[in-house]
Design a protein around this ligand. Sequence first.
Ligand code: NAP
Length: 480
Amino acid sequence: MTITDKVTKKGLYIGGQWLEAKEYTSLRSPYSGETIAEIPIATAEDVEQAIQAAEQAKKVMAEMPAFERANILEALARKLEERSDEAAKIIALEAAKPFTTAKGEVERTIETYKFAAEEAKRIHGETIPLDAAKGGVNRLGYTVREPIGIIGAITPFNFPMNLVAHKVGPAIAAGNTIVLKPATQTPLSSLFIAELLEEAGLPKGALNVVTGAGRVVGDKLVTDPRVSMITFTGSPSVGIGIRNKAGLKRVTLELGSNAAVIIDRNVDIDKIISRCVTGAFSNQGQVCISLQRVYVHEDVYDSFVERFVDATKKLSLGDPLNPGTDVSALISPNDVKRTLLWIDEAKQAGATIATGGVAEGNIVHPTVILNADRQLKVSCQEVFAPIVLVNKVKSVDEAIALVNDSNYGLQAGIYTNDVDTALDASEKLHVGGVMINDIPTFRVDNMPYGGVKESGTGREGLKYAVEEMTEMKLVVWNRN
Ligand code: NAP
């Protein structure tokens, strides 16, 4: 029997055991509203038990040779490959992610764990030329990187498998233990990975999964002194709250954005339309680097708008389990309400709704808004919905200023055929990553990924996450 065949009652995964909880909640499909599983609601005592289990497993993980850590991660990747359809179905059910997109997420998750396995084998320090200082003569100095200890990982709903992999993968690679708290709407992907890791031979207590309310589980993880690091992906408001409570813990925050692309006058519009549509509407726009703002040079603006709106209208809406669906339900009815209010605000302020602007059930139609003022919510906040703005600019410089006029700074893109313009933009855009001749939505899993301003601090991408999840220790030998 697999998780998706019938409504199953899940357990808390603590110390290598599946434990009953005091209370359960029904997990419903965001698309159909049907109950898909019964999920435990962890109490603070359950989290305490998970931290104790992680504490007990710390020594085993810290002493485990690199090749063994790599073997476990490779075995996990293989198991996920074997069960990839089942994994994609779980994501489609709990997150309403269209099946084809969910398959893509599973493929990326497999790659993420493979990268993690490779990183496990190359964690090293460096030698320090101490004799460069007068007082350092006849001393040998080098650094080593040690596991940081227990990592509290808190993850969002929108990539329930791959964003968990970006925390669990490097944590295991570096020899740490983990207490994972997945988003309340998408716990099944994490519980599935826990099952596979158990089969892959991960020692008991090295990964613990506690499902339950963000505040209860999150607060305990963030404030407990035994937890050395919090790695959080989610909204800026929750991230800032975590940072304020975490004291001296290491904290990595991967937060939101209102990502933008600039389209220069010399660009072949036909070549970029389908990529821009994918960037704007994939997973209903619930992607932290979803294309939300498009600034198009006035010379090509009309041509871009016409083609972009035409292509948007061709997207097919519906059941996430149907492989032909491009756009399905938003994660909650509240998000549908909020999205429609924001669209209405734009309309009232004189913006044009070129297509979309309505909802059927929990599906918001892909919406293109023209001439939106920079003060509007759809412009300056993160929409996290299938909405994109297309505004006309007189120059790339004007567009760069508009892109930078944001509280966020995750990634930005520019399409141009002019090398100087591209270089100039790469220098002036204040973001974590600049994509030349691509949308800001580009991400592969080994690249450094993270933002500036309210988009967060720290970087993911396996090598970079391993750096965050290890402590540098200096060793000095006195040979005098
Ligand atoms: P969210 O509401 O901030 O929730 C993220 C996680 O934090 C969930 O597990 C949530 O638990 C938990 N949480 C809630 N309140 C908490 C608290 N007080 N203390 C500790 N944890 C708490 O975000 P979301 O709606 O799931 O995800 C969307 C956001 O994630 C967007 O802003 C998006 O841009 C961002 N995101 C960023 C990246 C990136 O890499 N930069 C990637 C993906 C998504 P509950 O579910 O139980 O509330």
